[in-house]
Write a protein that binds this ligand. Structure first.
Ligand code: C2E
Ligand code: CA
Ligand code: CA
Length: 516
């Protein structure tokens, strides 16, 4: 099948077209599903972040309230403040420990009592919040420190990561993740603390800042999770999309592989080297020696079998594919026949049927040169047979081509002579060497006086023009004797041999050679 000038039936094009037909709708469909689903997921992330933020602010409200409640204890000795401190910590939701801080550092801890720690007050966002990797009691157990200042002192409470983990997990959407961000630190729902360079999800993200505390909640998903989620909710649609695209692709593959047009089928056959040369002998009328052969094309079709040329040559001529077909036939004959070179008498005629369309192509010169190059100089006489039914235009192009052929020693024959309308001028213009008298006249020799009369006239004309005469379609002795008597130089027909595959023709030549 020809699509926009290229042969889409070639396996590589078929595969490419089918693959495109599969990939395009699949990618467009998946992209559409993916984008739509991302919108849904973005909304889920948004509500997850806002849920987490509300809970986080609630926790901090409790922690801040606890801190404020402890302000009156500041500047009191730890021994006197400790009991009240512990009571408040126990009552305050989410708070694990509280510390009293004076000018000279942390001096009272709700769990340990009197302490003397350095007050590391840097790194707090807005002086209020800081995610710490752990504390004195549990060094690898992150906590969120909430610091409230009052005059020269401060109260610092810590919220355990377990509460934050639980809050983040409960808020997160099905396949998504929610993280708490304070300053440069991030805490995920597994309770892992990441500083500076966190691995954040990149799809369907939502970053929600608190208006009351220096923190934000980040929610989102990574690609594998998005696809897992998408597959879970849309697996039927995805399967239908894949199935539909695959069916269309298979249909396209099948359609392109069908013997669509005759042209496509001829191209396929040419690629598959299904056109074979059959050779029919040309004998000298004088002594009956085989002096040459005409190459006749046959189509060895994989299902139909051997096809006669008149069933496909006209279509091949119509679409121009006859040119590469003849080129390929000439190559095959050259390759196979050159192996039998020693057997061939010097100047052995090899005639190819050339369509008029081929004469508009200068490549014919190169093809004849390539053909002759396979043989020793003078070993082969190459004859191009041009049927009289397709008249050539004697323009500068054709004349130039024939001049080139003549210089190369290639002979011209007018085929089916007597059936067309070639004038004397025409014969002279093209420097014709042979006239092949059409078999329709030969067939009537001995039966109709009119045909004999025409044959006589053709022979007479050819002789006067100095052309070599060939009679085709000679089937009987009577015909052969008649033609010989009239001085026809060469004879061709079933009487001397039917067209046969090239190797078989050469073997026939070999046995004649041995018999002689
Ligand atoms: P053509 O060039 O006139 O070839 C002679 C035809 O007569 C051949 O038919 C041949 O098999 C047949 N023939 C030979 N001797 C006899 C005989 O004694 N009696 C009868 N009844 N027929 C005989 P074929 O091979 O079927 O070819 C038919 C035509 O197809 C050819 O006529 C030629 O015009 C065309 N053709 C064949 N091969 C090619 C080719 O390679 N290129 C082109 N352009 N045309 C070709
Ligand atoms: Ca012919
Ligand atoms: Ca003919």
């Amino acid at each position: 099948m020809l699509l926009f000038g290229f042969d889409a039936s070639r396996p590589c094009w078929r595969l490419l077209c089918a693959a495109l037909i599969f990939v395009l709708p699949v990618s467009l469909g998946l992209w559409e599903l993916h984008t739509n689903y991302l919108n849904t997921l973005s909304k889920q992330s948004e509500s997850a972040a806002s849920r987490a933020l509300t809970l986080m602010e609630l926790m901090l409200d409790h922690a801040e309230e606890n801190n404020r409640n402890m302000f009156p204890l500041l500047n009191h000795p730890c021994e006197t403040a400790l009991f009240t401190m512990r009571r408040r910590v126990v009552l305050a939701p989410f708070v694990r420990t509280s510390n009293l801080i004076a000018d000279n550092g942390v001096y009272c801890n709700s769990l340990l009592g009197k302490v003397n720690w350095l007050d590391d007050n840097v790194g707090y966002s807005d002086g209020l919040l800081r995610l710490l990797p752990g504390n004195f009691v549990l060094p690898r157990h992150p906590v969120l420190a909430v610091r409230s200042s009052a005059g020269h002192g401060a109260v610092l409470s810590t919220i355990d990561r377990e509460y934050i983990k639980l809050m983040l997990t409960l808020s997160a959407p099905a396949k998504g993740e929610v993280l708490l961000n304070v300053g440069n630190s991030w805490l995920n729902h597994q309770g892992e603390l990441m500083v500076r360079d966190p691995k954040l999800p990149t799809l369907a993200t939502h970053d929600l800042k608190s208006s009351r505390y220096p923190l934000s909640i980040y929610a989102g998903m990574d690609l594998p999770s998005v696809w897992r989620a998408l597959w879970q909710v849309r697996h039927l649609t995805i399967m239908l999309l894949l199935g539909f695209s695959l069916s269309i692709a298979l249909l396209v593959w099948w359609l392109l592989g069908r013997p669509g047009s005759m042209e496509g089928e001829l191209k396929r056959a040419l690629r598959a080297k299904e056109f074979l040369p059959y050779l029919q002998p040309l004998v000298s009328s004088g002594d009956g020696r085989v002096v040459g052969a005409e190459v006749l094309m046959r189509w060895q079709h994989p299902t139909t079998g051997l096809i006669r040329p008149d069933l496909f040559i006209p279509q091949a001529e119509e679409c121009g594919i006859i040119v590469p077909m003849t080129r390929s036939l000439m190559q095959t004959v050259a390759e196979q026949l050159s192996q039998w070179q020693q057997l061939l008498p010097a100047g052995f005629h090899i005639g190819f049927n050339i369509s008029a369309v081929h004469c508009r192509d200068l490549s014919l010169l190169a093809e004849c040169r390539a053909f002759l190059d396979h043989f020793a100089p003078g070993g082969i006489t190459l004859v191009l047979e041009l049927t009289e039914r397709e008249l050539l235009v004697a323009d500068s192009h054709t004349l130039g081509l024939f001049k080139g052929l003549d210089e190369m020693g290639v002979k011209l024959a007018i085929d089916d002579f007597g059936t067309g309308h070639s004038s004397l001028r025409y014969l002279q213009q093209f420097h014709v060497d042979y006239l092949k008298i059409d078999q329709s006249f030969i067939g009537r020799i001995g039966t109709e006086s009119l045909s004999e009369h025409i044959v006589d006239n053709v022979i007479d004309l050819g002789t006067r023009l100095g052309l070599t005469l060939v009679a085709e379609g000679v089937e009987t002795r009577v015909q052969a004797d008649y033609l010989r008597g009239k001085g026809v130089d060469y004879l061709q027909g079933y009487l001397f041999g039917r067209p046969a595959p090239l190797p078989q023709f050469c073997e026939g030549l070999l046995s004649r050679h041995r018999a002689a």
